[in-house]
Design a protein around this ligand. Structure first.
Ligand SMILES: [Zn+2]
Length: 228
């Protein structure tokens, strides 16, 4: 029997390693904070996996939105607002083998499905802008005009973003993005700044600013919830 012991240990180790390496569905992770507000926020770090989003030199949008998204989850938890993320790694939900618009649509559809499946009451999609026409930076919040609640949420978040000393002032705007048009819950596309504008680029890549930005968004969400 003594000769079996090393094998038993080996099997136990293999089992433990296999269990550890299972990749859980990111959106299915348990909420660990007691929720003070009757809201459930789905944080969507835009892009990821096959889709890096906008790029500037060695930077890609997908990495920045993920970093800000993680900070936002923490900031909401600190305010006792429950939240999960559509992704917590550099991944996407595009149908395998698809490309172009079909891939993008399937990726976005799955992100929306995650919100439905989880019973989210709010959807915040994080992005970073880049435009050769932009002469100044600043975060910009977009909402669907079809949902009056979304406008209130957008204005609340945008007003908290204005309070960041580094922030160039921009206004919340209605827009007809696919996500905004197809989600029946208050949803925002938050463009966190312009990667091609020097000041914004320096801020967006700073972990401290990412945290401050996320805290401002979370405070905007809290203020909106309190006003309901
Ligand atoms: Zn984007």
């Amino acid at each position: 029997m003594k000769r079996l012991a090393p094998y038993a240990l080996l099997f136990t180790l293999i089992f433990l390693l296999a269990f550890q390496n299972r990749s859980p569905d990111p959106a299915a992770e348990a909420i660990t904070v007691p929720a003070k507000h009757p809201a459930f926020v789905m944080i969507d770090p835009g892009h990821g996996g096959y889709d890096p989003g906008v790029r500037s030199a060695d930077l890609k949008e997908a990495d920045l939105t993920l970093a800000i998204g993680k900070e936002l989850k923490t900031a909401l938890a600190e305010l006792q607002i429950a939240a999960v993320m559509t992704r917590e790694t550099d991944t996407d939900y595009a149908t395998r083998g698809s490309s172009g618009k079909t891939a993008k649509r399937s990726d976005l559809n799955r992100r929306m499905d995650l919100a439905f499946e989880q019973g989210a009451t709010m959807f915040l999609s994080l992005h970073v802008n880049a435009s050769s026409q932009a002469t100044r930076g600043g975060a910009e919040v977009f909402y669907s005009e079809q949902l009056p609640e979304a406008k209130l949420l957008a204005e609340s978040v945008q007003s908290k973003l204005h309070q960041l000393p580094e922030m160039s002032r921009r206004d919340a705007k209605p827009a007809s993005y696919y996500l905004l048009e197809n989600l029946p819950i208050p949803s925002l596309i938050i463009e966190c700044g312009y990667l091609n504008i020097t000041g914004d680029r320096a801020h967006l890549t700073s972990p401290l600013y990412q945290k401050k930005l996320a805290q401002a968004i979370a405070l905007g969400v809290e203020e909106y919830l309190k006003s309901r």
